[in-house]
Ligand binder design. Structure first.
Ligand code: NAD
Length: 520
């Protein structure tokens, strides 16, 4: 395996799409703090979604490389777990500083590989960076408890790291989601083997470079690549103690079932269908801007995208305003400052969205804004879909049932807030929901009666900051403990109790006791 360098540096990174004919860069493995070229014969083409050009070759890491990464993490854990908490906290502080310094570089690589616009890509990095900042609270969050339970008899309960954590990431937040794992793993004294999405691993590899610069020892974080064989290795290897997965429900259900049957701890964030409900007393301008940005932003490729609108009563008269606002969004290259949304991730994802729209219309929905024939100047081969809006959507329509993961808004119209609540609560997913209203009473009723785990009042994408957890529920989550926040620390650690007796009075001669100890 030969060592290779990343194709970007702090000062040199793409400001535009790579010229036609440029040789694709090789995405390296990262094992034992070394970037190496895989010896695989199986390479995955990474296409710039705005141009369709192949810009990188991503390896299906070989079985030997996967084993090396896991062994590196497992061997390192044996000593790393004894590193003092202050030292680990300092490493995360340094990592945060380097993330800030490399913010633009990271965003540029995301634009090139994933397609989202530059400001949105900076937001992707920022939301991960905030998890890293939160991880530095480990010195408070991991404090143990101690009690003198009887004279001179004390019990101390501490939380210790688990071992090697396997992380499997999706394409849509190539910075944020690996950062749900990396700083939390370092802070808690675990080690990790991370599989970024094979469609955009670039940001994750920059994190690796920054970890070396921050002084994180070799073997603490390792990065390998590929598709199902890589996932299966993480699920089957006995040295992997827990799995963190974020992605589609199909993959997540498989990973949760297999991982837990192999006796691993698993947390899996899955697909979603997020509803926005609007009632007539809402502030119309605030609502129109919010729903438009939240369904079309990032080309609808957010697990918290507002993909369903439920209008209550007369608010269906506001639909033309939403259509107008959506029409005014600019679709284009993520490097173009004017673009509000970029392309979708792949030709297949674009085709699937087209098929769902067509089928949805065939089965009764009205297509009131059609983004399928969008042309973006200078980007004839990009996977672009313009904002698309369907009205008269029923609950049995494919456009309502499927997570389309595209800039497509499905609108249902009902007469009362109770009907809207019933629709949301009957949906199998439970990531997020929002209500637009100016009434505190309606808001209170809504927050009490609604099921999904992340609720917004006049906030269209209500993902909390990382001192709370990402609290999606129902079909959007498999597991018991959520990512980051206090639950995140609990997921990555296990409890140990230590009971000690240090007699302060004279030890008298006594007989052995065979009965259950009491605490008198
Ligand atoms: P995906 O499930 O296709 O891929 C996610 C990861 O799983 C990738 O690393 C991929 O290589 C791997 N994978 C894919 N198919 C697999 C299979 N059959 N068996 C084992 N592993 C497999 O998801 P994606 O398209 O990359 O991401 C989009 C999905 O992720 C959407 O459904 C979105 O809602 C979801 N998502 C959820 C959250 C959340 O917090 N709930 C956040 C982001 C994305």
């Amino acid at each position: 395996m030969s060592e290779i360098k990343l194709h970007t540096t702090l000062d040199s990174y793409p400001k535009d799409h790579i010229d036609k004919g440029t040789e694709p860069y090789i995405t390296p493995n990262f094992i034992n703090n070394k970037f190496t070229k895989s010896t695989t014969s199986e390479w995955i083409d990474l296409h710039d979604p705005a141009t369709d050009q192949i810009i990188s070759k991503v390896p299906q890491s070989t079985d030997q490389e996967l084993n090396e990464a896991i062994e590196s993490a497992n061997t390192t854990f044996k000593t790393w777990k004894h590193t003092s908490i202050i030292k680990r906290q300092q490493l995360v502080f340094k990592f945060v500083e380097l993330l800030k310094k490399n913010h633009d570089r990271l965003a540029a690589v995301i634009v090139a590989e994933q397609g989202k616009n530059f400001d949105d890509a900076k937001g992707d990095v920022l939301r991960g960076l905030q998890v890293a900042e939160y991880a530095t609270s480990v010195t408070t969050e991991l404090q143990g408890v101690q009690l003198e339970v009887a004279t001179d008899l004390e019990t101390l309960m501490i939380r210790e790291p688990l071992g090697v954590i396997g992380a499997i990431c999706p394409f849509n937040f190539p910075a944020m989601i690996p950062l749900w794992t990396i700083p939390m793993v370092i802070a808690t004294g675990n080690t990790a083997v991370i599989k970024p999405s094979e469609r955009d691993p670039g940001a994750c590899l920059i994190f690796a470079e920054l970890l070396i610069e921050a002084g994180v020892p070799s073997g603490v974080i390792n990065i390998i690549h590929g598709k199902v064989p890589t996932v299966n290795k993480l699920l089957d290897h006995p040295d992997i103690k827990a799995i963190q997965f974020v992605g589609s429900s199909k993959a997540g259900d498989y990973i949760y079932t297999k991982g837990t049957s192999n006796k691993k701890r698993v947390q899996a964030n899955l697909a979603a269908k997020n509803h926005v409900v609007v009632v007539p007393d809402a502030n119309k301008a605030q609502f129109v801007n919010s729903i438009t940005g939240a369904f079309a932003g990032a080309a609808g490729q957010r697990c918290m995208a507002a993909s369903v609108l439920v209008t209550v009563g007369s608010t269906k008269e506001w639909i033309p305003d939403v259509i107008e606002a959506a029409k005014n969004l600019n679709v284009g290259s993520g490097f173009d400052k004017k673009s509000d949304l970029g392309p979708m991730i792949s030709k297949q994802a674009l085709q699937r969205a087209h098929d769902i729209i067509e089928e949805g219309v065939k089965t009764g929905a009205n297509l009131v804004l059609d983004g399928r024939d969008i042309k973006v100047d200078g980007f004839p081969n990009g996977y672009f879909l313009g904002p698309t809006i369907l009205t008269n959507v029923t609950r049995d329509n494919i456009a309502y049932k499927e997570e389309i993961f595209a800039p497509v808004l499905s609108i249902l119209s009902v007469d009362t807030l109770d009907e809207a609540i019933e629709i949301v609560n009957s949906n199998p997913y439970g990531n997020g929901v929002a209500l637009f209203t100016t009434s505190g009473i309606q808001a209170k009723k809504f927050t009490k009666e609604i099921d999904p785990g992340q609720v917004g009042i006049n906030v269209p994408i209500p993902v909390p900051l990382p001192m709370f957890s990402f609290t999606g529920n129902k079909g959007s989550f498999n597991g018991d403990l959520n990512f980051y926040g206090k639950a995140g620390f609990t997921f990555l650690t296990q409890a140990k109790t230590i009971t000690s007796l240090w007699k302060t009075s004279l030890i008298e001669d006594s007989k052995p006791s065979t009965s259950m100890p009491t605490h008198n």
